[in-house]
Design a protein around this ligand. Sequence first.
Ligand SMILES: Cc1cc2nc3c(=O)[nH]c(=O)nc-3n(C[C@H](O)[C@H](O)[C@H](O)COP(=O)(O)OP(=O)(O)OC[C@H]3O[C@@H](n4cnc5c(N)ncnc54)[C@H](O)[C@@H]3O)c2cc1C
Ligand SMILES: NC(=O)C1=CN([C@@H]2O[C@H](COP(=O)(O)OP(=O)(O)OC[C@H]3O[C@@H](n4cnc5c(N)ncnc54)[C@H](OP(=O)(O)O)[C@@H]3O)[C@@H](O)[C@H]2O)C=CC1
Ligand SMILES: Nc1ccccc1C(=O)C[C@H](N)C(=O)O
Length: 445
Amino acid sequence: MKSVKNITIAGAGLVGSLMSIYLAKRGYKVTIFEGRKDIRAAGKAEGRSINLALSNRGWLPLKEVGLESTVEKMVIPMRGRMMHDEEGFLTFQPYGREGQAINSISRGGLNEVLMNAAEKEGVEIKFECKCVGINFDESILHYENAGTRYSQKSDLIIGADGAFSVIRRLMQRTDRFNYSQHYIEHGYKELSIPPSANGGFEIEKNALHIWPRGNFMLIALPNQDGSFTCTLFFPFEGSPSFESLKNDDQIRNFFQKTFPDAYNLMPSLLKDFHNNPTSSLITIKSYPWVKNRTLLIGDASHAIVPFYGQGMNSGFEDCRVLNDLLNDYEDDWSKVLPKFQEQRKPDADAISDLALKNFIEMRDLVGDEDFLLRKKIEAKIYEQFPQKWVPLYSMVTFKEDIRYSEAMKTGEKQKAIMDKVMAQTDIHKNWEKLDLKKLVDQLQS
Ligand SMILES: Cc1cc2nc3c(=O)[nH]c(=O)nc-3n(C[C@H](O)[C@H](O)[C@H](O)COP(=O)(O)OP(=O)(O)OC[C@H]3O[C@@H](n4cnc5c(N)ncnc54)[C@H](O)[C@@H]3O)c2cc1C
Ligand SMILES: NC(=O)C1=CN([C@@H]2O[C@H](COP(=O)(O)OP(=O)(O)OC[C@H]3O[C@@H](n4cnc5c(N)ncnc54)[C@H](OP(=O)(O)O)[C@@H]3O)[C@@H](O)[C@H]2O)C=CC1
Ligand SMILES: Nc1ccccc1C(=O)C[C@H](N)C(=O)O
């Protein structure tokens, strides 16, 4: 592949902006075409969730591009899950070991930091420029601004235009491109718990709150202003469902009965419920991610359901892996592009499946005694044998040196061992007498 100097990126979202920083630092001339208005001028980000959970796989690339100290000031560490039962009783389950946490951060705030840093590195971001077409043979991107169509030729095009990527849609019409999409039966709606009268947090600040209710759940992540953004993950149809809550009385009664402690903290429930959209949740898989000199990254190539809090984190990891390969192959893109997709595809597939499973864990299992004991036993093994048994959640969330695909495989082995442990009679009484070394040896064998 002839030398690459000019790179065009579609989408100045979280992943496109971060990728542009890496590339500008390597000396490439990068231009991003973003379909939406500049959120820094508009004062408000559109679409998706208001806040996100940032964990180690996302931190590492932010550190590499020099944004650690800026982002550190923006996060609220969440050290574990705080489960709320129907009576309002609380149970806390730590995410990892002492000092480990996932971090709540504003999506818009993080996107602004990334765009500012990109521009500082010399990246040009052209807003309200929507990509509408592509010539894969000649690396020409067609875009529209204010009703007029323009073209941009470059040496390489990167599609970072999100789950409903236009670049991917155009790739779908090329030969031997595989694609699948699946909407789950649940949608989501964002609601809010405002700060207390003195500007503090109404519920524990350093936790991700979950109201698990079997087939559905409410969650809440803290914001810097003392508020919480709550998300109701709920079936579209059936009883209860978004469809079954038709009027104010039904909404109020349902919340009062199902989430009584949260209900008391949600003065704008009815307004939020009516005004905020009911959004859908989708898993998208595609392959290959490379067509000639065009590459897909982030949600454009692999959109996952949000239940592991790993969509952005995995997209940031895409950027880091691509940058590492550019180091390894001295910017020879003819080697880097095929290597990148071969290496990343199994990892993207793994986190996609794990994310679907984590919904069942969050909405149902976290309220189950057996499940909580299983987690407690695994935490004890981890404490005693930190090099030999790292629980699946910790591998995914805190061990950025373990690939998602590897974590998933090890997690399956751990599950088989733990299934047998949990099947023992009187395990709730006798768990402290378990021979943990024997369990670790089984995993190693
Ligand atoms: C409810 C919810 C909660 C989530 N929570 C988490 C979480 O806690 N942790 C986590 O890691 N992940 C989370 N995610 C996933 C995360 O939001 C995505 O993985 C992440 O935003 C992907 O970044 P991206 O840059 O690839 O895509 P996006 O963030 O979607 O950015 C794409 C950009 O491309 C632009 N664009 C689109 N089409 C065009 C076009 N034709 N031309 C030009 N520009 C275009 C868009 O305007 C946008 O700016 C969550 C997702 C959802 C839906
Ligand atoms: N993994 C997941 O589960 C994800 C879920 N979502 C959800 O999908 C929706 C889009 O989110 P977001 O991109 O932030 O914001 P928007 O809802 O503003 O969508 C942005 C653009 O994406 C295109 N688009 C949106 N929905 C669809 C669709 N179903 N099929 C094809 N194209 C579509 C539209 O482009 P155009 O106008 O050109 O048609 C739209 O203007 C939201 O409901 C969001 O919650 C989003 C991303 C990931
Ligand atoms: N950010 C999210 C958005 C939506 C749903 C879940 C999350 C999570 O982060 C869940 C967390 N990883 C957990 O397992 O408790």
